[in-house]
Design a protein around this ligand. Sequence first.
Ligand code: FAD
Ligand code: NAD
Length: 472
Amino acid sequence: MKKFDVVVIGAGPAGYVAAIRCAQLGLSTAVADKWIGKDGKPAPGGTCLNVGCIPSKALLESSEQFYQAAHKFESHGIRFKGIDVDVPAMIQRKDKVVQTLTSGVQYLLKKNGIAWLPGEAKLLSPQSIEVAPHGGGQPDAIEARYIIIATGSSPRELPNVPLDGAQIVDSTGALEFKSVPGNLVIIGAGVIGLELGSVWKRLGSKVVLLEAMDSFLPMVDDQIAQAAQKEFEHQGLDIRLGARVLSGKAGRKKVAVTYEDSKGAHEIECDNLVVAVGRKPNTERLNAEGVGLLLDERGFIHVDDYCRTNLPNVFAIGDVVRGPMLAHKGSEEGVMVAERLAGEQTRINYDVIPWVIYTAPEIAWVGKTERQLKQAARPYKTGVFPLSASGRAKAMAETAGLVKVISDAANDRILGVHMFAPSASELIMEAVVAMEFAASTEDIQRIVHAHPSISEAFHEAALAVDGRSLHI
Ligand code: FAD
Ligand code: NAD
């Protein structure tokens, strides 16, 4: 039996980062992963690199460039004739980006002396696992002082909407369309629905989003969600709230979708249907019950604040445990567990994890929303700055959106920052750093911000908290 200090199950952003940090700290480490890439070879990187964060951002970038060229260049005085989308070339570029990054992870594992075990793993005991190699053959038994489970998540399916991998697909299939669907229906107006809906809308699809909830993006601050819904509808996304899907059936050419809302039952036809209704943890095939590993009622592995499971020396991180399903959250949990195994006291500030939705403009936030503070009866003050008053946004012709700062009414400490702005994924990090250092809005008010820049909108929103706005 092979022996290691640590064996990690799953090489997504949680697992491979945990493995690298373990190896850096001198622990002998192995990582098992069952993912097979588009080229038919084992590929580390998990959902994020293979079919998630990276390929979706590659297509968001390509589609935005097309949209700018087709619809926005003229307002800058740039005219040209004939513009076309080559979807296979776009998908090929996306695949190349993915392939470069997954082989980069493979290189990092090797460089750090981490044993790479391609195949499906299951728990044999709290200190051993078995890895079944791809294509059959004798499973490898591995013994380790510590096991870190990072098996991630998979798309949730709907019982009356069977996927066929062509007309009816999940998020993975929606990254692989061979041409632009004429009519695209997406079930779920959440993060994936909006990002992938934006990709295909920009390329020319008519996109309908069917969302079961009555409110749009309920986890986002209400003011930002309202502005975003208005802007996305202006961009042409047909967002239908309170729409409960009853069925989706692929026909010879079209897909029939039935749903009901407050006005009754409806049927629509489309060329492609995407199911984007959330994700479920990958715990079904781990033999959790066999070794006594505690799962919660939704199948997530039960862990404490330090990612310790109920079994001594078994840890779990990333999408397979509670908390937001975000790559950076999983990676930080990987670092925390590795460092604690090496005797350090690392912890994560779960209150200050940034979220980004990569629409145009991007939605980004950190900390509390107004609704959460109202529910907690915590007195707060707010400041808002619209992008329409930003010189840089005007120069960029990107004036939709706003930045909002929420701070404690008693001591001025920043409690939440919410943005709907170009490059909000980058801008939000100023707020994250500020909150990690327990900054007040006055701290931000007194920091010199470069002009002209979109970051001035954050400065102005902080000024607005105390009625001190300068440019509105
Ligand atoms: P995963 O990335 O799911 O990796 C788990 C790995 O474990 C997989 O490789 C799997 O094959 C392997 N595995 C599972 N079971 C076994 C087993 N029994 N044996 C061996 N191996 C096993 N997050 C962001 O932060 N930013 C984004 O922009 C973003 N965009 C996304 C876009 C899309 C379309 C999707 C679907 C997700 C996106 N996410 C994004 C979410 C992000 O992908 C996940 O939060 C992240 O991948 C979770 O990392 P993980 O390591 O926990 O799990
Ligand atoms: P989500 O939870 O963001 O959205 C799913 C939506 O589907 C919800 O609004 C839900 O109300 C709706 N829904 C559920 N059942 C439905 C039904 N039967 N009919 C109609 N609507 C229904 O989930 P997602 O968009 O699938 O994404 C999964 C997770 O992946 C996200 O929560 C996020 O953690 C992660 N992700 C992150 C990013 C990012 O960070 N930019 C991007 C993509 C995915």
